[in-house]
Design a protein around this ligand. Sequence first.
Ligand SMILES: [Zn+2]
Length: 321
Amino acid sequence: MINNEILIFKSWWNLASPTLARRPSALMLVGPSGIGKTSFSREIAAAMLCETPLQEDHSACGACQSCLWMAAAQHPDLRWVRPDALAAEEGDFQESADESAPVETVEPGAGEKKKSQEIRIEQIRGLAGFTNVGAHRAGLRLVLINPANRLNYAAANALLKTLEEPTENLMFILVADGLRGIPPTILSRCRRLNLPISDSELSRLQLAKSTVADWLLPALTAEPIDPLRWAERAGKSPPADVLDLLQRWMNDVARVRFGAPPRHFSSHQTALQTHAERLRSPQRFSLAMAELQRQRAVADHPLNPKLFFETIFDRFQRAYV
Ligand SMILES: [Zn+2]
């Protein structure tokens, strides 16, 4: 089922359905940054891999084994390719390989400078094992490349070779903020889907995001952590945005703790310092981060948003005990 909380998904879905029905070997989703393309690409992936898609609109059922794997962010027939730097920021919410691996606690210095902002050729070559083996379920395997604008020259060439010789039951979904930086040769191999968004919807989405920062940042910087009260205040805030801000905050706390400058909230250095000093156990902090990470699987549409908020703020609080 398509996430109804994001109304625009429904219209995007209607737009995408005829293309998806033909199961293109490569699909490119294009739209402005921050409108939910990543979440939508996951909806598409879930639907394409679902064993019993809904009859009404062919979207994912949410209940079959494949959908359960999707929800747990560990589908064996799905690979997610993104720049290392982005992966470090976002955590392993979509990697299927090592769910058990702890979420990376940022340790600046060692290796941090090496984290690439680009999608590297090794990442495309690394798909070979995946794209050449049989699928676990339903026959289809999916590779999500996001953001496709960050494919470097060599990686784009390697991808092109793969796209030129489509493998049966293998589908690529590329997600891009625009066409800048994408070689025409790649473009010509993809079915392109421009995701339309009205100015009013765009500002509504931006407003929702800034509204989260409006109440959550002051709370983080000045108040004791109070899961129940904060959950109440979260009210109708988009759950994924609240979780996202919380995770970025913790990322910065970890950085400050290791003596690195914050990456996301540099204007809140003092509060980050206070949080960093309150950390008693790095293990607990890592565990809390990992638990928050797991919540990403349901953040797009939690069954019970209030309970979701209570849970994430509770996990967050546990980082400091
Ligand atoms: Zn399903």
